[in-house]
Design a protein around this ligand. Structure first.
Ligand SMILES: [Zn+2]
Ligand SMILES: [Zn+2]
Length: 223
């Protein structure tokens, strides 16, 4: 029984690449608040702002995390822990609002993020950044756990939440859209490892969730 536990999507605007294979293709960005007696927890935190390199590569139409959180009655100081699905700039951009942590991330992702141009270094590392590095499946609180779902990146993880309505999965970027999760459209490509991506997606489908949430699609998949 998971009374009152719920997943609340936070719409954080969108980014549009100015160049490359996805030029002009708008990507909506979402974070997720998990209301839970042991929490609340935040899954991803969107992109940051004021970085010349990112502004050169992307057009941003951004909703600040603090504003989106305020609309739910929460503030960063009230968040018990952050879970990053992965450390690309559009998922960890305001991690520094959560200095003092903890921020849960897979060890493989933490390692990958140190590579040149993987993410915005100062959005990833900052004073009092406390990353809890996980290896594979881990329980964050009763009824809230993470599962390693590599493919988009080497250390991507998805979040499983036991809610009153059954199992909810915050897939993150393990699938790009709900239609892709439902096998109605192909993955856009450009991921780290396509075979691992397909295996991770199969793993999530096999869990037979009631609902699935995606970082880059406002559509929630429902059984
Ligand atoms: Zn990514
Ligand atoms: Zn993403």
């Amino acid at each position: 029984m998971a009374t009152g536990v719920e997943v609340v999507p936070l719409a954080l605007g969108q980014v549009t690449p100015r160049r490359g294979p996805f030029a002009g293709k708008r990507a909506p960005i979402h974070a997720f608040l998990i209301r839970d007696p042991g929490g609340p927890f935040l899954v991803d935190i969107g992109a940051g702002s004021g970085h010349d390199g990112i502004d050169t590569l992307y057009e941003q139409d951004r909703i600040a995390l603090t504003d989106a959180l305020a609309a739910t009655g929460c503030a960063p100081a009230g968040i018990a822990a952050v879970i990053n699905t992965h450390l690309h700039f559009d998922h960890c951009g305001e991690n520094r609002l959560f200095a003092g942590g903890p921020i849960y991330v897979q060890a493989a992702e933490y390692k990958a993020a140190a590579a040149y141009a993987y993410t915005v270094p100062e959005w990833f590392q900052f004073p009092r950044a406390i990353y809890e590095q996980l290896t594979g499946e881990a329980e964050i609180a009763s009824g809230v756990s993470v599962l390693q779902t590599p493919g988009h990146t080497p250390g991507h993880q998805s979040v499983l939440v036991e809610t009153e309505g059954g199992l909810a999965i915050i897939a993150g970027h393990a699938a790009y859209t709900a239609a892709e999760y439902a096998d109605r459209e192909p993955a856009p490509g450009g991921d780290w490892d396509d075979a691992a991506y397909e295996r991770s997606l199969a793993l999530l489908r096999a869990l037979a969730p009631g609902r699935v949430y995606f970082s880059h699609d406002a559509v929630i998949w429902e059984r």
